[in-house]
Design a protein around this ligand. Structure first.
Ligand SMILES: [Zn+2]
Length: 386
């Protein structure tokens, strides 16, 4: 789908002037420096490429799950963030009533990701790992605990770095933030104990925030993470953020959201002359929403945010005086050994030389700087579904 060129706009219903979002430049009333990168969540893959109705300056977030049945994708002409699609996979009720699980192995997931990258013709800014969301309804689907979801999320990071150390993985902090930020903080501890330096990731996802009912919970969570990573170059990315979350913008490097689509479904017929029955698929509506969020986010000053963090930190320190200690987490060696066992033939002897060498190589991969990713764009074509 392509929007009509300038001068050929269809008659607009209900609006007399074109909204600023329709220009090919960012909205004029937004401060020059955006506080964060906002990846607009999209369902339609054609919106990444040359035929996209979106202005060229808007980066997009694409879900691996949504494009799983595609035979081809357009060449990307804008920055792309790849979401793993874990929310869709794990929230789906299974026909046989069995607990929800990832329907891909890490190897299959990497194969699919590499195919997407070849199709897009450009490396995504980041690729979310196969994480496990921790909302109550997700736990009900899988029958597992928050602790197990966190553990599986960190193991996914290890597995994917093991299989494809060249890809820009976004590690994800998971936890149930309804009761506070402790879950996410423990997840950060687990990455540290697994030997993963979050500052080396292009972004670190903050998960299970899209269904949080209170903006206050999101503020508390980001304030705690801000404090946890103070002085470190950890680039926090809000996964599936709500519109009202703009208040935490100074603490975030980036975020993604497809909230416009849900909002658009309830907004009545398209007001931009496209003839849609609702605004949920309308690029005009999406861009208006995108500009509204970024404009609001840009108005929150770092000083305002620092005051918020200070207030939360005092309250949190008082609360955690009597909190129970964090549970035992696997050490780096245990994590590496577990990861290695997944991928090496099991001959029953964990002391073997081959395993030790593999562990050393893996440790080097975990701690070494990521190599340039451009070389990945020239691999032979192939479809992961074949
Ligand atoms: Zn519309």
């Amino acid at each position: 789908m392509t929007l009509p060129a300038a001068g050929e706009q269809p008659p607009l219903r209900g609006v007399t002037t074109l909204p600023p979002a329709l220009s090919r430049e960012p909205a004029a009333d937004r401060p020059a420096r955006s506080p964060l990168t906002f990846y607009l969540g999209i369902s339609e893959p054609s919106w990444v490429g040359e035929d996209s109705p979106l202005p060229d300056h808007i980066p997009v977030c694409l879900s691996c799950y949504r494009i799983r049945d595609r035979k081809s994708l357009p060449r990307a002409t804008r920055p792309v963030l790849l979401d793993s699609g874990g929310f869709s996979v794990l929230s789906k009720k299974r026909a046989d009533g069995s607990p929800a699980r990832w329907d891909l192995t890490p190897q299959q997931f990497v194969k699919r990701v590499r195919w997407i990258i070849r199709q897009l013709g450009r490396m995504p800014d980041a690729i979310a790992i196969m994480d496990w969301m921790c909302e109550q309804f997700m736990l009900a689907r899988t029958g597992l605990t928050v602790e197990e979801h966190r553990r599986r999320t960190v193991i996914s990071a290890l597995e994917l770095m093991w299989i494809a150390p060249d890809l820009p993985w976004m590690f994800v902090l998971q936890g149930n933030a309804e009761d506070g930020p402790d879950d996410h903080l423990r997840c950060a501890d687990m990455y540290e104990q697994a030997g993963i330096d979050l500052a080396k990731a292009p972004m670190v996802g903050v998960g299970s925030v899209c269904r949080l009912q209170a903006t206050d919970q999101i503020i508390t969570l980001f304030a705690a993470l801000d404090e946890r990573f103070a002085g470190q170059d950890v680039r926090l990315h809000g996964l599936g953020m709500k519109k009202l979350a703009y208040v935490v913008a100074p603490a975030a490097h980036s975020w993604d959201s497809q909230g416009w689509s849900l909002r658009g479904r309830n907004a009545g017929p398209c007001q931009h002359g496209l003839g849609h029955v609702h605004e949920g698929n309308c690029p005009y509506f999406a861009v208006e929403w995108y500009d509204q969020v970024l404009t609001a986010a840009a108005r929150v000053t770092p000083e305002q945010w620092r005051r918020t963090v200070r207030a939360r930190t005092v309250r949190r320190n008082q609360q955690t005086l009597f909190a129970p200690p964090a549970p035992h987490m696997p050490t780096l060696g245990q994590s590496l050994a577990r990861a290695a066992r997944v991928f090496l033939p099991d001959n029953g002897d964990p002391e073997q030389t081959e395993l030790a060498a593999a562990l050393d190589a893996f440790r080097a991969q975990v701690t070494a700087p990521q190599p340039s990713s451009a070389s990945q764009l020239h691999r032979p074509e192939g479809n992961p579904h074949e």
